[in-house]
Design a protein around this ligand. Structure first.
Ligand code: ARG
Ligand code: ZN
Length: 882
């Protein structure tokens, strides 16, 4: 890898392409080690650029067989080849380029470009993988109509797929056959896809709003043919939803999804031919948990929604990645909210954002939602681009309201259909549709870091006024020394003593929503701003940042009584949950202080009482389940400057035990009341009951009474669905019942050893087991026949889960886990740089650890930095070094 250059690419250096393309003809002659790719491309000089510029094409790891222009073969003196480019200095203004290259898919372990997964061929081109297939201007602002001929052995690869419609097929000699695919829509190379294999299909149809029938096909390896129903149902629901909510209709006559086992990410929106990580498409009640069912619904929808937000309107350059990803995540979040419980979906999304994205935004790889430089774009498929990007779109939707937001999105799609555009184009459409001024708001795209709001309330009884003073400040991040005030929508309500929302009349400060409404969106623009509410006849409890109206941290200095009031009465489901989280954080922090002072930590009985109240509050099972969960260790870690990793783990466990003891009767009752009978259904209502039951049972398991352990064992042995089997397996494996844990693991392995996705869960349960032998077990499991470092799902299930979700063990003060992670990352970097550079994340977060751990973590980073690294890993390690 020493041939790679680690140049930084800047947004400010963007120039339009020197050449545009009319048509692309590709011919693939597939063979595992010697695939030939012949391309015929019509180029025209772009009038926007200078005359006389050379033709510069990207190309990585290609063996050039021949190159010709307008039928004339070029001699070696007529072009240059570097590790990353083919340069032809002398070309006419218009010409046909033909190249013939050879590639080696079977040795392509990066899972980028054309590669093998099991016995099939598949592709992943986003962001810059197409250059590993052929020489091409591999940038999203070069769009063209593709015709693709796929040739392969008929027996081994009976199914040959690419983008668009199949227009011709036939037989060749030597038992070979071919299919020609034509994609009528211009597209950038990153949306190209090809699949060849011995696959089976589940077919269905969808009739679009204008009455066109679209063929829907899910292609899988034969053993997975029984696992496609849920993805198909999700696809149809997503197609319908996009018509109803965004007025977007599908445009081709066929929509295909292919499931592959070896995949770096979740899925890919290639035009008409989505390629999915099998974990994001395959599900059957006995093999997939409720969580997996919901994830599949969300990811299938996400990729489908990209057909408009991404494909019909794409990105001008990769700095604009969040233009398609942030918008599409927002769309899939709203879809999932509509299909399930809206408040629960919001709680889950915010919990993830606040735990993982906030940590990213405070760490050494912090970057704006639109970065202004990168070395390797693959490193920017981040929580910031996706999740914070989605929060920005959500803020826009909230600022505009549903009607204007729809008007803005219609305008965006209409104005830019077929174009490669920028964030400014998106915001421009929203601004033109609404008349709102987004100039300050644009800072959300350019400024990294999580803003912190400090709010204080003052009640003036004589004047019947309530004043909120809001200060904002964004802490400096490693990438940006200076921060400016943002335009932040803060949705508020005021609760009276009876817990009802008071009508709001604002006399100072800007807000949207009508005077007299029960909640208003305050527009915070200054570093400090005052908002005054009139006719307030008693001191209210403010409910701030309802629905998490902006991705910020908020400090109000709530009293315990105020939080209890919000937890009981807030009409905003999200804030009701969040009040409970705030109470729990206060209680757990107090325990950490006791723990560190050498005392026995004791859980504040006010929290126990509050939790007890939840059981009598008539909450629906979905919300009750969420509210019964203590904040996770990772989110608790976020509450400290230096993370007391052992104390957090110990105190959270003690708190769980205390709750289990004190609320034993309620927990038992809830377990009993939420046993479902009848056939498994992945419906929100049933999912909530299973979740509530399993959460209560896991509290009870902390006490390890025989009857409770026996109940887990029974559930494990008799469950007819993976949700219950998996919950029981986790309960047993994470308990101190070593023998039962061992028996359950063995039985599970026996039952599922031939199902790769279920075995991923088997690895995860063990990797997250909080027992002191965890590292030894993880190392031993790396030798298990079902494990492979080459398969990203396996790496994530075993190694990522251990390093991210088994925090006490990962941060063990002997430093052995740090060393372990560094070893794995170094080994993996030679095979799959994208996965290596993601895997290293927990080691880069040394700033939040104590001095001793900092030093151990930094030493491992230094050791990695000394090796010959991929661009991907180089960029991350450089940023993470002290
Ligand atoms: N565009 C895909 C999605 O979000 C992600 C693919 C990115 N893949 C990659 N290897 N960087 O749906
Ligand atoms: Zn996406």
């Amino acid at each position: 890898m020493s041939s790679v250059n680690n140049d930084i690419i800047y947004l400010k250096d963007y120039l339009p392409p020197a050449f545009l393309i009319q048509t692309v003809n590709l011919e693939f002659d597939l063979s595992p080690h010697e695939t030939r790719v012949r391309s015929t491309i019509t180029f025209t000089r772009n009038q926007e650029r200078n005359a006389g510029l050379p033709l510069e094409l990207h190309g990585n790891e290609l063996k050039l067989i021949s190159v010709e222009i307008d039928g004339q073969p070029l001699s070696e003196s007529q072009y240059q080849i570097t590790a990353e480019q083919l340069i032809i200095p002398d070309v006419p203004d218009q010409f046909v380029l033909k190249t013939d290259v050879q590639i080696d898919p079977a040795n392509n372990t990066s899972l980028e470009g054309l590669y093998r997964s099991n016995t099939m061929f598949c592709t992943q081109c986003e962001a810059e993988g197409f250059r590993k297939i052929t020489y091409y201007p591999d940038r999203p602002d070069v769009m063209a109509a593709f015709t693709t001929t796929v040739i392969a052995d008929k027996t081994e690869y009976p199914v040959l797929l690419s983008n668009g419609n199949p227009v011709k097929k036939g037989e060749l000699d030597n038992n070979r056959h071919f299919v020609v695919w034509q994609d009528p829509f211009d597209k950038p190379a990153y949306l190209f896809a090809l699949v060849a294999g011995d696959l089976q299909v589940v077919k269905d149809t969808f009739t679009t709003m204008s009455g066109r029938e679209v063929a829907l096909e899910i292609w899988v390896e034969p053993e997975n043919i029984t696992k496609c129903d849920h993805a198909m149902a999700s696809l149809k629901a997503a197609m319908k939803w996009d018509e109803e909510v965004y007025g977007r209709e599908y445009d081709l006559d066929i929509y295909m999804i292919v499931a592959v086992n070896d995949f770096n990410m979740g899925a890919m929106e290639n035009k008409g031919l989505n390629i999915f990580n099998s974990s994001c498409v395959l599900a059957r009640p006995d093999t997939a948990t409720d969580g997996a069912f919901q994830r599949i619904e969300g990811v299938v929808a996400h990729e489908y929604f990209h057909n408009w937000s991404g494909n019909r309107v794409t990105c001008r350059d990769w700095f604009q990645l969040s233009l398609k990803e942030g918008f599409t995540v927002y769309r899939d979040q709203c879809f999932s909210a509509d299909m399930n419980d809206e408040a629960v979906k919001r709680i889950e999304d915010v919990a993830m954002l606040r735990t993982a994205q906030f940590a990213e935004d405070a760490g050494p790889t912090a970057h704006p939602v639109r970065p202004d430089h990168f070395i390797e774009i693959s490193n920017f498929y981040t929580l910031t681009i996706y999740e914070k990007g989605s929060e920005i779109v959500r803020m826009i939707a909230n600022l505009l309201g549903p009607d204007l937001f729809r008007k803005g999105s219609d305008l965006y799609f209409e104005r830019h259909d077929g174009q490669a555009v920028t964030v400014e184009d998106f915001i421009g459409a929203m601004a033109d549709a609404s008349g709102i001024d987004f100039s300050q708001f644009m800072r959300w795209y350019s400024q990294s870091g999580t803003p912190e709001l400090t709010v204080s309330g003052h009640y003036d009884a004589a004047a019947q006024q309530y004043t909120l003073t809001i200060k904002q400040q964004t802490p400096v991040t490693k990438d940006q020394p200076e921060k400016l005030p943002l335009h932040i929508p803060v949705k508020v309500g005021l609760l009276n003593g009876a817990g009802a929302d008071m009508p709001l009349t604002l006399s100072a400060g800007e807000a949207s929503g009508a005077q007299g409404d029960h909640d208003r969106v305050l527009h915070l623009r200054e570093a400090e701003q005052v908002f005054v509410f009139e006719n307030i006849d008693e001191e209210p409890v403010p409910s701030l940042l309802r629905g998490f109206s902006a991705p910020v941290k908020l400090d109000f200095g709530y009293t315990q009584a105020q939080l209890l009031h919000l937890m009981r009465h807030d009409s905003d489901g999200f804030n009701r949950w969040d009040a409970g989280q705030r109470l729990a954080i206060t209680a757990l922090k107090a325990m950490v202080t006791q723990f560190e002072a050498g005392q026995i930590p004791k859980l504040d009985s006010a929290l126990t009482e509050a939790y007890k109240g939840l059981f009598e509050s008539g909450l629906n099972p979905a919300i009750l389940a969420e509210m019964l969960m203590l904040p996770g260790e990772a989110y608790l870690a976020e509450q400290f400057d230096i993370v007391p990793v052992d104390a957090i783990h110990a105190c959270r466990n003690i708190a769980r035990k205390t709750l289990a003891e004190t609320l034993n009767a309620e927990l038992e009752q809830t377990v009993a009341a939420n046993q479902l009978t009848g056939e498994y259904r992945p419906l929100a209502e049933d999912i909530a009951k299973r979740r509530l039951k399993n959460i209560c049972q896991s509290y009870l398991m902390t006490l390890e009474a025989d009857a409770v352990v026996e109940r887990s064992w029974q559930q494990f042995s008799t469950a007819d669905n993976m949700t219950d089997q998996h919950a029981a397996l986790t309960a047993l494996v994470h308990s101190k019942q070593d023998e039962k844990a061992k028996a359950a693991l063995e039985s599970f392995e026996q039952q599922w050893k031939d199902d790769a996705l279920v075995m991923d869960q088997w690895f995860q349960v063990q990797a997250s087991r909080p027992h002191p032998d965890a590292l030894a077990r993880v190392k031993a499991l790396m030798e298990h026949p079902a494990f492979s470092l080459k398969n990203p799902n396996k790496v994530r299930s075993l190694i990522s889960v251990y390093c991210n979700q088994n925090r006490v063990n990962f941060h063990s003060i002997d430093g052995l886990s740090y060393q372990f992670l560094a070893d794995v990352v170094l080994e993996l970097d030679g095979m799959n740089p994208q996965i290596a550079s993601r895997l290293i994340t927990p080691l880069t977060r040394w700033q939040k650890m104590d001095a001793k751990r900092q030093q151990l973590m930094q030493a491992e980073l230094q050791r990695i930095a000394a090796a010959d690294l991929s661009k991907d890993l180089f960029e991350v390690v450089q940023k993470a070094l002290p």
